[in-house]
Design a protein around this ligand. Structure first.
Ligand code: HEM
Length: 547
């Protein structure tokens, strides 16, 4: 018998056996998983001693709790138990933080804002639905864009724009009056899906103020732009967003999704089981962009949009076309905004300014429907104004004290954007916590707005009168953070407030609002905005019609 000889070939052959490789790879992956989800956050992370809820599911952290509950409710619970700095767990052991103190918010959102941009995955999702504009850029590119856009939101321009709100508002009032008249017992009122109507009126307003385009979706629900937007908004639920983030994290997908090729072949995505909804997104965005390009083309060709003509066309796109023309007339080699960039800017306003305002209005009406005293006090304030002039100007709208209290309070307790995200791009010390680079920071707007340390024990209640006697701890920038603050703060804040007030004056002067049925409870859906889950049905009666 010849002795067994172990040649180097047979040794390496046995080492490379597929089973052995699988064991090594599997073992390493298991170790990495264990390290990332348990060992690192528990024993090594600089954030390991920051208070917060127990680590949750090893794979998904607190993700399921956050997307399954109402927006910001888990954060509020954790803020009460562990605040004002809280550590949460994201997917695969990624730690997340949130801070409540004005000092921390000032540091991240105002002073060092450039080191705290929106995370890439958030910008990819926003870019897809809102174009490459203020919501997706940061640093110098953002500063340049914001400077170009600021004139559109100046008080002078807003004062000139206020008139543009009234065609849609008058349309809404007429429709509601005529629908009430057709009821068998008009005095008993009618249940209106309030969110649906607020969506229509705000879309008509933003299309006119952003493009100078009359959608009139109040009377024409089949308007192409309105239909495309409707489709887009239906996709913004928590689970859909999660799928979208997962798909867009594959490099190149965001660009592909925006391409004409993808639109032509969108049926391909429609066949994929988990992400079939992406087909609707591709198709609605394609239509919205096509309409926007067409509007820009006709505006550029429209000779009345001359550089000196600031009286007739006050919409944002006309303003941009005029500014570009003036730049090019002064210097034909100037680095002027391209057509695509211009369309993207206006799309950003459409996406950021329409549903937020509709959501804000719907919750204000809900809160008033459940607080008849505040509603009646508001009616007493706005009725004389409305009866004198049903189209009050910017200054008159701004001068109404109780209306201001109601809108501020509604935006405080039910902020249309309940939270946003930032990412630390370098290691930093915030509120005494060493924040590692790459940490995603949640800005829990709804929790900040209802922090008991500032607003007292009734912080979560709707009490408009608190704005007449603000608490000592109130900070004018950070205690009501619904539009956030700093260079990325909402550029449309003044416009949104003025528009909400103009709509409310007309609605409250004409109608009384009450819950649709006894025991009604309203919930926001878990989405980018606090859009009400059920279209917010409310019982509406004509003022003075009750027996
Ligand atoms: C009640 C209504 C509104 C609310 C609550 C609201 C809230 C917000 C919030 C919280 C942000 C910051 C988002 C973030 O950084 O992650 C934001 C940004 C923005 N909003 Fe609004 N918004 C409203 C209406 C509007 C309107 C009417 C417009 C424009 C017509 C608008 C345009 C924008 C834009 C362009 C940004 C990005 C600003 C930047 O990064 O420079 N918003 N808004």
């Amino acid at each position: 018998m010849s002795p067994t000889v172990f040649s180097s070939e047979s040794v390496s052959g046995s080492l490379l056996q597929p089973q052995l490789i699988a064991w090594i790879v599997g073992g390493y992956a298991a170790y990495l998983f264990l390290y990332r989800t348990v060992i690192y956050p528990r024993f090594f992370s600089p954030l390991r001693n920051v208070p917060g809820p127990s680590r949750g599911n090893p794979l998904l952290g607190h993700y399921l709790t956050i997307v399954q509950e109402e927006s910001c409710i888990p954060h509020r619970r954790w803020a009460k138990a562990y605040g004002p700095v809280v550590r949460m767990m994201g997917v695969m052991g990624k730690e997340r933080l949130f801070f409540l103190s004005p000092e921390a918010l000032q540091h991240m959102m105002v002073k060092d804002w450039i080191e705290y941009p929106r995370p890439d995955f958030m910008r990819d999702v926003l870019g897809l639905v809102a174009g490459h504009g203020l919501l997706t850029t940061t640093g110098d590119e953002h500063k340049k864009l914001r400077k170009a856009m600021n004139p559109a939101f100046s008080v002078t321009n807003l004062m000139a724009q206020t008139d543009m709100y009234y065609e849609p508002i008058d349309g809404l009032i007429d429709i509601m009056i005529s629908q009430l008249k057709t009821e068998a017992i008009p005095e008993a009122g009618k249940v209106f899906p309030v969110y649906e109507w607020m969506g229509k009126v705000t879309l008509d307003i933003i299309c006119d103020t952003a493009f100078g385009y009359k959608t009139d979706c109040l009377h024409n629900p089949h308007n192409e732009l309105a239909v495309a937007f409707e489709q887009l908004l239906q996709l913004q639920s928590g689970p859909n967003l999660a799928k979208l983030v997962a798909v867009l994290s594959i490099p190149g997908t965001a660009q592909l999704t925006r391409s004409a090729w993808m639109y032509r072949n969108r049926w391909l995505v429609g066949k994929l089981p988990l992400i079939s909804n992406l087909e609707k997104l591709v198709s609605s965005m394609y239509h919205i962009r096509a309409i926007s390009r067409e509007m820009l083309r006709s505006k550029t060709a429209d000779l009345s949009v001359s550089p000196d003509d600031t009286t007739t066309k006050k919409d944002i796109m006309s303003l941009l076309v005029r500014a570009r023309k003036a730049d090019l007339d002064a210097d034909p080699t100037a680095d002027a905004m391209s057509d695509t960039a211009m369309v993207d800017q206006v799309l950003t306003f459409l996406a950021a300014g329409h549903e937020t305002t509709a959501t804000g209005l719907s919750w204000t009406l809900w809160l008033l429907a459940n607080d008849s005293e505040s509603q009646q006090r508001l009616r007493e304030e706005v009725t004389p104004i409305y009866e004198t002039n049903s189209h009050p100007d910017y200054r008159t709208i701004k001068s109404l004290t109780w209306l201001d209290c109601v809108v501020n309070e509604s935006l405080r307790v039910m902020p249309p954007v309940p939270l946003t995200l930032r990412m630390a791009t370098k290691p930093d010390l915030v509120d005494g916590v060493l924040v590692p680079a790459g940490t995603v920071i949640t800005i829990p707007i709804r929790v900040i707005n209802t922090w008991k340390e500032v607003w007292g024990d009734d912080a979560e209640e709707f009490q408009p009168a608190r704005w007449l006697n603000l608490p000592e701890a109130y900070n004018p920038v950070f205690s009501q953070f619904s539009f956030i603050a700093g260079p990325h703060g909402c550029i449309g804040k003044t416009m949104a407030i003025s528009e909400m007030k103009a709509v409310l004056i007309a609605l409250i002067a004409n109608f009384e609002f009450a819950p649709a049925y006894p025991g009604q409870v309203a919930h926001p859906s878990t989405a980018i905005t606090m859009k009400p889950e059920d279209n917010m049905p409310l019982r509406v009666t004509r003022v003075g019609s009750k027996a």
